[in-house]
Design a protein around this ligand. Structure first.
Ligand SMILES: Cc1ncc(COP(=O)(O)O)c(C=O)c1O
Ligand SMILES: N[C@@H](CCOP(=O)(O)O)C(=O)O
Length: 466
């Protein structure tokens, strides 16, 4: 399997190369050169597989000859062996049509663990082959940070620098990052929003002074391997509600468009998905883009679903590239215009391509609180604010009766106890394994939202590449 950049001019890479590269050298994002497809019978034969076996089956075509089937299976067993639920991503029925796919049973209580537990192991495997050292620079609005840190803390060939927007993540989220005191972990609180942090991370990939000394790597969903691993749970859930004989719809709380793009990939691989519902909070650039073609980034407004407080959604570029005819040079021009103007219109081809599968909805604070109350009072489920946004959109979407609607439950409610308590009157407790989180020592540095300050900080602490 070969990987091509959405902006057309970066070198084509195999899976190992794309995983270690993160962002492409032309500023684009890597995608498989073609979508592998499973037949109806091949999908039917996946029913009942344990999660790790299913993961290896779905991911093997993407991995190609970068790993043998046995190596991939071993990594999946190790990654998913750390989840606290035997099913890894269990599915729960809420009412006749609505379902919740619980993605928060990993070590840091959010869906990010599903991909990052595997990515940490992939990095280790590939770096040991080349005897190289990786300097990971990541941005987080709350959940990627702790999941990535958990996945790589203490690994000899890796340093991780994680930027979070100061004061804009929950206390639990911050402490899940800043109480990991391993010497290769560097937490940085920056003045600014997640979008500012993400822009600095992308800039570092194209900074030749940094790149000539360090092998910069990505843990954000700009790294293809993140999305690849997230495709698996769409298959796992759809199989449980009757795929491939029956269609399913998914509602996905969305920020950087990675999770829902993984659903799109699952559909391209042959999974019968009738609809992907893109659920945003009031930072609604994706809702405006999909409903009206208007992709213009406003100022990020802090909400009770902070992980989705994003206005520039990295992975949307992957969708526009794929739906718009895979023209890398046109995509590069469109994205450069967006980078200058912070606004662009989708082309007709992009709008039509996206409308086959995607719809969208925007939830405000009251919609979110109502969804939390409905889940609690009618179904006995305490859900987090991000999941609530997905559930609101799922219930409002008007999906035909008979088609199950699966909302991705992306975080454990205990990561956002104040918002959950305000809406439901119930305060969710942290699982026992991190019950002492607020007694642990914290370490992080504060930096201005200034690229040069961050680059200098990284350069002073990172290990040069081989
Ligand atoms: C809890 C939670 N829900 C939803 C999202 C949105 O996912 P994505 O950025 O892949 O669209 C995030 C962060 O990205 C998150 O942390
Ligand atoms: N919500 C994310 C933001 C980063 O998204 P990613 O999926 O690209 O890593 C977070 O919690 O950090």
């Amino acid at each position: 399997m070969q990987y091509v950049s959405t902006r057309g001019t970066a070198p084509t890479l195999n899976f190992e190369g794309a995983t270690l590269a993160g962002l492409a050298t032309d500023g684009g994002l890597y995608l498989p050169s073609e979508w592998p497809r499973f037949s109806h019978d091949e999908i039917a034969a996946m029913a009942g597989l344990p999660y790790a076996a299913l993961a290896a089956r779905i991911m093997q075509p993407f991995v190609g000859d970068s790993l043998t089937p046995d190596e991939l299976r071993e990594l999946c067993d190790a990654a998913y062996g750390r989840f606290s639920h035997a099913a890894v991503t269990p599915l729960k029925q809420l009412d006749e049509q609505q379902w919740l796919l619980e993605l928060f049973h990993g070590p840091t209580l959010a869906f990010k663990d599903v991909a990052l537990q595997l990515l940490g192991l992939l990095f280790e495997k590939f770096l040991s082959r080349s005897n190289d050292h990786l300097t990971i620079v990541g941005a987080t609005s709350g959940d990627t940070g702790s999941a990535a840190i958990d996945a790589v803390a203490g690994r000899e060939r890796i340093d991780i620098f994680m930027l979070h927007p100061k004061g804009r993540v929950s206390d639990v989220q911050r402490r899940q990052m800043t109480t990991v005191l391993a010497p290769n972990v560097h937490n940085i609180a920056i003045d600014g929003s997640f979008d500012d942090a993400q822009a600095m991370v992308k800039r570092m990939f194209n900074d030749t002074a940094m790149n000539s000394r360090f092998h910069i790597g990505a843990v954000n969903s700009i790294n293809w391997a993140r999305l690849m691993a997230q495709v698996v749970y769409y298959f796992a859930a759809a199989l449980q509600v009757g795929a491939p004989a029956r269609q399913a719809a998914f509602s996905v709380p969305t920020g950087n468009f990675g999770d829902v793009f993984a659903g799109y990939v699952a559909a391209r691989m042959g999974l019968p998905i009738s609809r992907l519902i893109v659920a945003t909070n009031i930072n609604d650039i994706l809702h405006r883009a999909l409903s009206d073609g208007d992709y213009s980034a406003g100022v990020v407004t802090p909400t009770a679903a902070p992980s989705m407080d994003i206005q520039v959604s990295s992975n949307f570029e992957r969708l526009l590239f794929d739906c718009g005819g895979r023209d890398g040079l046109a995509m590069a021009q469109q994205m450069h215009r967006f980078e200058t103007d912070r606004a662009m219109r989708l082309t007709n081809a992009q709008r039509e391509g996206a409308s086959d599968l995607f719809t969208s909805a925007r939830a405000d604070a009251s919609d979110m609180a109502q969804a939390m109350r409905w889940a609690s009072e009618e179904c006995g489920e305490i859900i987090d604010p991000h999941t609530a946004i997905g559930l609101h959109a799922a219930r409002a979407a008007g999906v035909a009766a008979g088609i199950p609607v699966i909302t991705l439950a992306t975080a454990h409610p205990a990561k956002f106890p104040d918002a959950v308590e305000r809406a439901t009157g119930q305060r969710p407790q942290l699982p026992a394994r991190i019950g002492d989180l607020f007694a642990r020592e914290e370490a992080f540095n504060e930096l201005p939202g200034d690229y040069d300050a961050v680059a200098q900080y990284v350069a002073q602490r990172a290990t040069p590449s081989a």
